[in-house]
Structures are given as C-alpha cells and as structure tokens.
Design a protein around this ligand. Structure first.
Ligand SMILES: C[S@@+](CC[C@H](N)C(=O)[O-])C[C@H]1O[C@@H](n2cnc3c(N)ncnc32)[C@H](O)[C@@H]1O
Length: 391
C-alpha cells in the first residue's frame, strides 16, 4: 500500500517479509538457489571515501576516469553499515526492473541477445545480464581500473557458474565514450546490439554537444531495429526546481548535496553542478535537458518510448508481485519500525514521519518497507528513459 498524499515510497509488509540475508539478492537475480553460496557476487557499485575534489588542471574526461578508478569496492559488511545501503539497493532494484522489462521485450533466451553496457563501471550489472540470459555483452567505460575489475568479476562469475550453465560471452573496452567511437573498437565490427544500457552515466557527456552526440551515437548506431536504449540519469527539471527553491546555489540533506555554480541561467550544454553522496564529492555532472536529448536521439532514428521519474517508475512497478518480492529480497526498502537488533538508518528527527503516520493506522501490516526522507530525496532526483530504434 502506498502512502497517501506522500511522495515517499512506503509499502506495507508483514512480519517476516523482509529478509535479513543480503545474499538472497544474488539468488533472485540469478534465479538459481545455488548462487546463495556465492558470497561475493555483489550487485551494486560501492564506494569508499575519496574526500577531496580532484585536480581541476586535468581535462574533464581524465578527471572522470581518475575519480572512478580511485573508488574501491568495499565488502558486504562495510556496505551493510552504510547510511545509504537502502538507497543503493533501491537504485539497484530500479535498474533490475528496467532491465528485466526490456529483456522481456526483446525476447530473452530465444535467440542470442547482445547488450552494450555503456559506462559499465566495475560491473555492477553483471548479475542482471546473467539472470537475463543474454548471450553477448560488451562492457565499456572510461575508467580502465573499473573495466579491469569488471572483467575480473565476470571471470569469477564464469568460473563459479553452475555445471552446464551458459554464461554470456563478454568483451571489455576502455574508452571515453563521449569522444571515441566504440564501433571502431569492437572485436566484431558487424556486431548489432539488442539493448544498450547506460545507467547513471549519460549526464557526464552533456558537457558539450559534440560529447553528448558521440555518447548517443555509441549508444544507438549499432542497435538493431526494434532494439532499445535504456538508462537512468538525473532529471534536470527536478534539479532546477530544487535549486530555485533554495536560497543559495546549493541544496541537499544529510545524505546528498547538489551545488551549482550559478542560478537562473541554464545553458543547454555544459551546465555544470557538483553532486555529493554521503559527503563524497563526485566529479562534475551536467544537466541533461530531456527535450533536447529526445530531439538529438532522433538523429539516430530513436523514438522515445517513455521517460519516467524514479517516483513514477517505482509506483508503477511495485504493484507487480514479482517486483515486490525482488524489492524485499534486495532490501531496497528499510523495515519500519526496525526490530530490536536493527537500528534505523537515520536517527535524525523527521526522517521516518511518513512511515510512522502510516504505521499508526489500524490494520496496516508491519513492518512497512520505506526509505528515510533524506534517501528518498536523493534518489528521486533521477529518471528512467527508454528509447527504441526505428526500422
Ligand atoms: C555512477 S557510475 C555508474 C556505473 C554503472 N553503470 C552502474 O550503474 O553501476 C558512472 C560511470 O560512468 C563512467 N563514465 C563517465 N563518463 C564516461 C565516458 N565519457 N565514457 C565512458 N564511461 C564514462 C564512469 O567511469 C563510471 O564508471
């Protein structure tokens, strides 16, 4: 049940609804009970704290690569202590549901499905591709250390696969996808993709029209007709709305902060802001004005199927029972009230008022599944998009 008049995601649960076993994520994602044993196939990117901004003397692309190369994986124990563990899991659930929906459309398992993971990072989505039973994956990223970690993760996954399992073939490319053409780097120049997935990446390219266009070209030019370009990116409308409501050039809360250089003027390209999560300053990002993005995509014969805010996407997809089960297993929502052993992710006043209000209602099954207010404010900046390649 959704919270009435609330923008905060809250789902009624029931005792025992929430698993405390994070390994179950891997089980659900792979569809194989045996994967419960595979302890370290973590599904989401995790970051430790490079606390300083990077040297601005380097070119922007180099800064992005250096930044992501420096971020390290942290273990499950450290991850589960994170203030934003549920936010990360929630974002991961959003990607899983989106990928599942699109793979259903292209017909998973029937013929060889080829996917391009554009800005693959350390391979946070590898298990999703495995679950989707694709046959070929090309992973590309600007950060060479991340690409190597992604390759390593893939090799580990292959070597630990269950007997007889056919795990997709994969290829790994280090490239600035906003400046270099991937088609020139593919081992099979004739390869056509069914899906290009670009998760939390595209906004880096909106520094200039040429970069945004090259990234788009890489995403779309090798898609087969009927193929999809899917992704997640910050919603410029939401960012500017929050900025305009703030009395400074910055807004945020205890988990995230966005800082613009100025207010009132928003160029179509190169509109830079800094985004930090849990105090970690990220590399500069750029506003993606969606109507322009949609227009630019037409150059590559792409039709917008839909664009939804995270809020809209969540509300729609959580109605599906399978998605709800996946959410519970991935622990994308926090159990409220927490049990004796588990403290809530935040003890700041007001973080769970929305859940408390619902929990007081008679007949509501507890615990609820929710996010703290701050986490929800951070994740609801994003939107989901799906484009389809026209014949
Ligand atoms: C927030 S991470 C997302 C990683 C992954 N897609 C995920 O969802 O877990 C952003 C990624 O985009 C990559 N990236 C940024 N600009 C890029 C570019 N111009 N070319 C290729 N990769 C880029 C970064 O190196 C980083 O791995």
């Amino acid at each position: 049940m959704m919270a009435e008049n609330s923008i905060l995601p809250t789902v009624a649960g029931g005792k025992g609804t929430f698993s405390s076993d994070t390994e179950k994520e891997a089980e659900v994602l792979s569809g194989q009970t045996s994967t419960l044993k595979r302890k370290h196939e973590s599904e989401s990117e995790e970051y430790v704290s490079p606390t300083k901004k990077l040297d601005t003397g380097e070119g922007h692309s180099q800064k992005v690569a250096t930044h992501y190369n420096r971020l390290q994986e942290c273990g499950l124990a450290e991850r589960s202590r994170s203030r934003i563990i549920h936010l990360r899991n929630f974002n991961n659930w959003m990607k899983s549901v989106l990928i599942g929906e699109i793979l259903d459309k292209v017909g998973r398992g029937h013929r060889g499905v080829a996917v391009l993971d554009l800005g693959c990072g350390k391979g946070g989505d590898l298990l999703k591709w495995r679950k989707a039973r694709i046959s070929r994956l090309v992973c590309a990223d600007i950060a060479d250390v991340s690409v190597e970690q992604c390759r390593q993760r893939y090799n580990d996954m292959r070597s630990r696969g269950y007997p007889g399992e056919r795990i997709f073939n994969a290829e790994f490319i280090t490239a600035d996808c906003a400046r270099e053409l991937l088609s020139e780097k593919l081992s099979d120049p004739k390869l056509r993709f069914d899906v290009c997935s670009c998760q939390f990446v595209y906004h880096y390219s909106f520094e200039s029209e040429a970069q945004a266009d090259t990234m788009l070209r890489n995403a779309c030019e090798r898609l087969r007709p009927g193929g999809f370009f899917i992704g997640t990116t910050p919603d410029a409308y939401e960012l500017v709305k929050r900025l305009e409501a703030s009395d400074s050039n910055s807004f945020g809360n205890e988990v995230y902060r966005v800082t613009f250089q100025q207010k009132g003027s928003y160029p179509l390209f190169g509109c830079q802001y800094d985004f930090s999560l849990e105090g970690v300053v990220n590399v500069p990002e750029f506003l993606v004005y969606f109507p322009l993005f949609e227009e630019m995509a037409k150059r590559y014969n792409m039709r917008l199927v839909y664009k939804k805010t995270f809020h809209e996407f969540f509300e729609e997809k959580i109605k599906n029972e399978q998605n709800k089960i996946l959410m519970q297993r991935m622990q994308g929502l926090e159990a409220y009230p927490g049990d004796d052993r588990a403290r809530l992710a935040s003890d700041s006043p007001g973080e769970y008022d929305h859940a408390e209000k619902i929990a007081e209602n008679h007949g509501v099954r507890l615990p609820l599944g929710t996010l703290s207010k701050s986490e929800w404010e951070a994740t609801s900046i994003y939107l989901v998009f799906v484009f389809e390649k026209m014949p």
